[in-house]
Design a protein around this ligand. Structure first.
Ligand code: Z5A
Length: 230
């Protein structure tokens, strides 16, 4: 492997990506149902988070003065600190949840994974994608076999979630231009890796999004060998 080669894909790791309000949490239910119907063990998880320590890191990453209560929420997080904390949480998640589940033959479905770091910290915050690639290669060491990108107009996504939380988190507090860069970043990644990504039009009804997600997963399952499922 050269210094810049992407880590290998694991066929049983499936991720959902997209902007705020795209409907990832809603689509997870259809995805899980399909895999369970086919007799597979499914571990549903999310990032940042997924372990006790990673959920603590999530609170630090997303918390505000109001939710964290005090100084930690007042201090702005440097973009570099945000990136490193995302990866600190991800290492815990990969080592303690994802790899053990994959080793015992389960499917792991994660609401966000490393593509979010490229989109939010790379395209959104302007950090060097080579640095992110290096962290991915050294500290994560795997990519999903299938990534469903739920693509939605930024304003529509924000309208769906507006009024949901009393206090917007650190990332939700960003302006529309930040989220436009994130959306473009996700779309560029999907174009660059068409064998891994499936683009889903998230402006459809929840039922139609669920059907599109289930169809993409069924097509992915059809490509797996007995060795992939062992
Ligand atoms: N982040 C990062 O910067 N770097 C990283 O490496 C990682 C993450 C891993 C996680 O916060 C934040 O961390 C995230 C990126 C950053 N910040 N942002 N933005 P989160 O998990 O709390 O935020 P989220 O992932 O964006 O979740 P979300 O806003 O809840 O979006 P969602 O899960 O895609 O949407 P949903 O909960 O399924 O649906 C939202 C609402 O829309 C809800 O009321 C639904 O009923 C409704 N909905 C869902 N689908 C539809 C359709 N099809 N039509 C109409 N209404 C719908």
């Amino acid at each position: 492997m050269t210094g810049t080669a992407a880590p290998p894909r694991h066929p049983r790791l499936i991720t959902l990506e997209g902007g705020e309000g795209a409907g990832k949490s809603t689509a997870l239910a259809s995805l899980r149902e399909l895999l369970v119907q086919r007799g597979h063990e499914v571990v549903l998880t999310r990032e940042p988070g997924g372990t006790v320590a990673a959920e603590r890191i999530r609170a630090l990453l997303l918390g505000t003065r109001d939710t964290l209560g005090g100084e930690a929420g007042i201090e702005p997080l440097a973009a570099e600190a945000e990136l490193l904390l995302m990866f600190a949480a991800r290492v815990q998640h990969v080592q303690h949840v994802i790899r053990p589940a994959l080793r015992r033959g389960a499917f792991v479905v994660s609401d966000r994974f490393t593509d979010s770091s490229y989109a939010y910290q790379g395209d959104g915050r302007g950090l060097d994608p080579q640095w992110i690639a290096d962290l991915e290669r050294r500290a994560v060491g795997l990519r999903p076999g299938l990534t469903l990108l739920l693509d939605l107009d930024v304003r529509e996504g924000r309208a769906r979630t507006s009024g949901r939380d009393l206090w917007p988190d650190r990332i939700e507090s960003e302006q529309d231009d930040f989220f436009e860069r994130v959306r473009l970043g996700f779309r560029r990644r999907a174009q660059a890796e068409p064998q891994r990504f499936r683009l889903v039009d998230a402006a459809q009804s929840p039922a139609a999004v669920g059907e599109a997600v289930a169809a993409a997963v069924a097509a992915h399952l059809a490509t797996l060998t007995d060795a992939d499922l062992a």
